[in-house]
Write a protein that binds this ligand. Structure first.
Ligand SMILES: Cc1cc2nc3c(=O)[nH]c(=O)nc-3n(C[C@H](O)[C@H](O)[C@H](O)COP(=O)(O)OP(=O)(O)OC[C@H]3O[C@@H](n4cnc5c(N)ncnc54)[C@H](O)[C@@H]3O)c2cc1C
Length: 424
């Protein structure tokens, strides 16, 4: 608990330790109300586990802005022509019908923490005893001079799945042999550390399948190194020699800005040109977390590592990309894992359900080429107030083809499993 005992934590929040441990049911209320904002990898999992494990004893509302949810995970495979768009788009019907979760399709504009109310864009409010926030990320468009939400219609980010993903796919499919892609990768911390590098792999895969032998992809990266770097660079050399070029800050010297109409990224070293620009800007926790003043100076939300409870407000749990989750990367796997801890602790708070020490896990698979999957992952526990890795693993550059094929098959199984775990 960030170095604090439960009693000290309660003190910081101006509560007695007993108030923290007293189940809401015992406080005389019929059915505790849990509201979840954000129906993505974190939020929908939390809602489903709350419903499954409370067996009707808790009233659960899931507020989600969109009617359907398109996963960022496997969106790179869609770009590469390996998956159909429909296969990465999911509905909330099962959560509503089979789990009795009250799905509210609306944008949550405000959290009134003292009144414990979530306000919606139509002016109505929903009361909560415990609130789970899983709003994902917002993109800081102006962190890249010359980029904006309007510019993203010309140079898509596709870092929030849906229309942007389709736009990038349409623009990719419209390229001719000899056209080039220029990607601006994001600075840390951002959602899905291997994501940009899987994406360029899938773009090169598409070019290869279409016989676009004269097309290249250049990545301008603000980071000096990146996730699974050795695996990706070896894979690019193997599948797409000479197609993908990565340029780190020691070469480009810093990004000065983009001109989406001219198709250029200007750096301290040179101005790079591309037929298609994919600009992925800096990120921070979704707007609602900022409105509710739950973020720290990093733009993300600090949590108690034993519970995913906000260190600012004991009634609010923040999971997924919006949280500062120690050694865990921002991934759907992480969000799903954190959601289960938050759901468990909330049921402990509200109906005195039994709780266990928090355990978390993550694996990030990436597809580099046909039947060539790689992975990195870890188990985590709360140690001295931080989420720390307790064991980890990573694919090896010299893995044989059968191992890579099995790893890719494993990722397909993971996708089916996790989307069922999230959406029922
Ligand atoms: C290209 C790419 C590839 C990726 N690949 C992988 C992968 O292979 N494996 C993996 O584990 N992860 C992967 N990820 C990361 C993964 O998608 C995210 O980490 C994960 O979605 C985070 O879950 P979340 O619940 O925090 O946010 P999200 O899944 O983004 O969900 C947030 C939801 O909240 C809703 N919302 C936000 N604010 C409000 C509001 N105020 N009111 C109502 N609704 C709101 C949004 O509409 C959204 O549906 C990838 C990401 C990208 C971009």
């Amino acid at each position: 608990m960030s170095g604090l005992t439960r009693r000290q934590f309660a003190g910081v929040l101006g509560l007695s330790a007993a108030a923290l441990t007293m189940p809401i049911k015992a406080m005389g209320q019929a059915k505790p109300k849990v509201v979840v904002v954000g129906g993505g990898a974190g939020g929908a999992t939390a809602a489903r586990y709350l419903a499954m494990n409370s067996k009707g004893a808790v009233d659960i509302t899931l507020i989600e802005n969109s009617e359907t949810y398109t996963t960022c995970f496997f969106s790179n495979l869609y770009l590469g022509g390996v998956r159909e768009y429909d296969s990465i788009t999911h509905r909330y019907d099962t959560l509503a019908n089979d789990y009795d979760i009250n799905i509210v399709q609306a944008y949550a504009t405000e959290i009134d923490r003292s009144a414990k109310m979530v306000k919606l864009e139509d002016g109505s409010s929903i009361a909560y005893d415990r609130l789970v926030l899983s709003p994902g990320i917002d993109l800081l468009f102006d962190s890249v001079p010359g980029y904006s939400e309007q510019a993203a219609e010309i140079a898509p980010h596709a870092w929030q799945a849906g229309p942007q993903t389709k736009l990038l796919k349409d623009k990719l499919d419209a390229l001719s042999n000899g056209d080039n892609v220029l990607m601006l990768a994001p600075p840390n911390p951002y959602r899905c550390p291997p994501g940009p590098y899987e994406r360029v792999s899938m773009m090169a895969h598409l070019f290869k399948n279409k016989g676009m032998t004269n097309s290249t992809i250049t990545i301008i990266d603000p980071k000096p190194k990146f996730s699974k770097q050795g695996l990706f660079t070896a894979g690019w050399e193997n599948h797409y020699p000479g197609v993908i070029e990565w340029i780190g800050p020691d070469i480009h010297g810093g990004v000065l800005g983009v001109d989406v109409d001219a198709g250029t990224i200007e750096t301290d070293f040179d101005t790079f040109e591309g037929t298609l620009l994919n600009i992925i800007p800096k990120q921070q926790a979704g707007a609602i977390a900022h409105q509710a003043e739950l973020v720290n100076e990093s733009g993300y939300c600090e949590i108690d590592s034993d519970s995913m409870r906000s260190v600012v407000d004991e009634n609010i749990f923040i999971i997924g990309d919006a949280s500062v989750a120690g050694a865990m990367p921002k991934s759907a796997f992480s969000a799903n894992s954190q959601a289960k801890v938050a759901a468990m602790v909330i049921l402990g708070d509200t109906i005195a359900a039994r709780t266990f020490p928090a355990r978390y896990s993550n694996t990030c698979w990436s597809m580099i080429g046909t039947d060539d999957g790689v992975k990195v992952g870890a188990q985590y526990a709360s140690i001295d107030g931080k989420i720390e890795s307790t064991s980890n693993f990573i694919s090896q550059v010299d893995d044989d083809a059968m191992v890579r094929k099995a790893t890719f098959a494993e990722s397909l199984g993971w996708y089916d499993g996790i989307t069922q775990d999230i959406f029922g």
